[in-house]
Design a protein around this ligand. Structure first.
Ligand code: CU
Length: 528
């Protein structure tokens, strides 16, 4: 792959040029010019942001296959066996809890192999983790899905086993519904076969899985399914991993769970390149616009695309229209909604699982209002298969994981990428941030809530951001819901939309932004 290594070479040249300029300015000129350099540096940070690699103690390094932000502000990083048959055979399963505020890491006892499970945050703030690995792939024999499910409690920091599912599931998507229950869709079953349309519902009132025989529709593994304002699920055709090779289940559309009807949505370009593509419900969620970014051919195809397309689901006849192209054809892109209503896109590779050293080391910030990408500082760590990215409550973005195919024969996995890299967006380099000082922790859907602030006139927007639960660059949980803001005396009042399809029950990060788009640190609030 000439182009990715070419772009790395360009990055290297730019870094070298920067060092030379720095040396010239700081060594051969009077000291006053260093201040000029430093101010140029802070200008650059406020335009491109900055990446930093986190120092992870050796005993806390895990294969980050799954990552979810919990309402405690900590990030749950699940490896399970971490795609290591040796760990699987030894019954050695790991989970790491990271507190981004204190930098503390804690290993969590992990009772089963949650490698390639599904997950969704329940309304009470516990993370439901269902499925995983019952048996590893052996030769041409596919992996077998496990049927156990667990709730991870952010308060006790422990897994609690709940009811088994009716089927084993490896690579399922769990999607939270408007009533607070969760739907498990797709996966390879207990004998390694793709589940042909058998979905099941986790009922939170009885903590049981209910089979839904009338809801029969086939999707490939890790399908991207987004809860829409009217309660239907939009399937964007993004998937990760496994499915039938005849094209079944690869057409986007709106799925009505009430009667199992499916209304196709057409117009997606490169429809054969949706595997390992990324989808995101663009901010604000009220616009009901879903973007599909990049992707590749099925299985180990070398083909990939720079296409992005957008569908407006509020339209009477939804249809994809072209978005701005990515910098280059990309699989496994991460897309993270930022609190200023833009979307960070980062990482990915041109070829299947980063084969041929094809990681792209590119980050861009997408602005849905103008349908344009602008450059962001490039990440140092390349990420492809088995990687994740998510927004932190302080406005930074963490990226984890990746497992490229090795250098030797391009068919066996190389060393798992265990470095964690954090992006600080440009808005963190503009000086002061708006602040909410006092307010409720419960915010009613369809109602208002008041929060104290020293400077209400500076606050322009408020939003509820649902935390991410992501694996295989698939995150159907993140969303950003705009709130109506009324400025008061040393306070603001926010109004939450009434539709549960827009604001499903659960915990959210409440962010406000000022005129420059600079966000506050989030406050955690619960929508019952
Ligand atoms: Cu996987």
């Amino acid at each position: 792959m000439g182009s990715p290594s070419g772009s790395r070479r360009r990055n290297l040249i730019m870094i070298l040029a920067g060092l030379i300029i720095f040396n010239v300015m700081s060594c051969t000129r009077p000291a006053g010019t260093l201040a000029t350099f430093q101010s140029a540096r802070s200008d650059e940070l406020s335009i491109s942001g900055q990446w930093n690699i986190i120092d992870v103690p050796p005993r806390s390094r895990v294969n980050a296959i799954h990552a979810a932000l919990l309402p405690t502000g900590k990030v749950l990083i699940i490896a399970g066996s971490g795609n290591s048959p040796e760990n699987f055979d030894a019954g050695s399963f790991t989970t790491l809890l990271w507190d981004p505020q204190t930098g503390q890491f804690s290993l969590i006892p992990t009772p089963d192999d949650m490698f390639c499970a599904g997950h969704t945050l329940l309304p009470d703030g516990k993370l439901l983790v269902a499925g995983g690995t019952q048996r590893y792939q052996k030769g041409t024999q596919p992996a077998h899905g496990a049927s156990y499910s667990y709730e991870f409690d952010p308060q006790t920091q422990r897994y609690e086993r709940v009811a088994d599912m009716h089927h084993g599931r490896w690579y399922p998507t769990l999607v939270g519904l408007a009533d607070g229950n969760a739907l498990a869709v797709s996966g390879l079953d207990e004998s390694g076969q793709p589940l042909d349309g058998h979905h099941e519902l986790f009922r939170r009132d009885i903590s049981q899985w209910i089979e839904l025989p009338a809801l029969n529709r086939y999707f490939p593994t890790y399908p991207a399914l987004f809860l829409t304002a009217d309660g239907r699920l939009f399937y964007s055709a993004s998937t990760a991993g496994y499915g039938h090779s005849d094209g079944a289940g690869r057409r986007p559309g709106l799925w009505n769970l009430a009667d199992n009807s499916f209304t196709p949505v057409d117009g997606l370009r490169d429809p054969n390149l949706t595997e390992t593509s990324t989808s995101v419900l663009l901010p604000p969620a009220q616009d009901q616009r879903v973007m599909v970014l990049g992707g590749g051919g099925i299985d180990d195809s070398a083909e990939s695309t720079a296409r992005t397309d957008i569908v407006d689901l509020r339209s009477p006849h939804p249809h994809f229209t072209p978005g701005a192209d990515l910098a280059e054809p990309t699989r496994y892109l991460s897309a993270v909604i930022l609190p200023d209503d833009t979307v960070l896109t980062t990482g990915g590779s041109r070829d299947y699982r980063g084969r041929g050293d094809s990681n792209n080391h590119i980050a861009r910030i997408y602005d849905p209002a103008t349908n344009t990408f602008r450059a962001a500082a490039p990440p140092q760590v390349g990420r492809n298969y088995h990687s994740e990215a998510l927004l932190l409550p302080d406005g930074r973005v963490v990226t984890l994981g990746s497992e490229r195919l090795g250098d030797d024969d391009n068919s066996t996995p190389g060393a798992f990428e265990q470095r964690i890299e954090v992006y600080s967006p440009p808005y963190l380099y503009r000086g002061s941030r708006p602040v909410l000082t006092v307010g409720p922790t419960v915010v009613p859907r369809g109602g208002t809530a008041e929060f104290a602030t020293p400077d209400p006139d500076s606050i322009v927007t408020a939003k509820l951001m649902r935390p991410s639960a992501v694996t295989h660059t698939t995150d159907v949980q993140q969303r950003s819901i705009a709130l109506t803001v009324v400025r008061k005396d040393r306070a603001i009042s926010v109004r939450v939309p009434a539709e549960a399809g827009l604001v499903p029950p659960g915990w959210y990060m409440l962010f406000v932004t000022d005129r420059a788009g600079t966000p506050s640190v989030a406050r955690w609030v619960q929508v019952p």
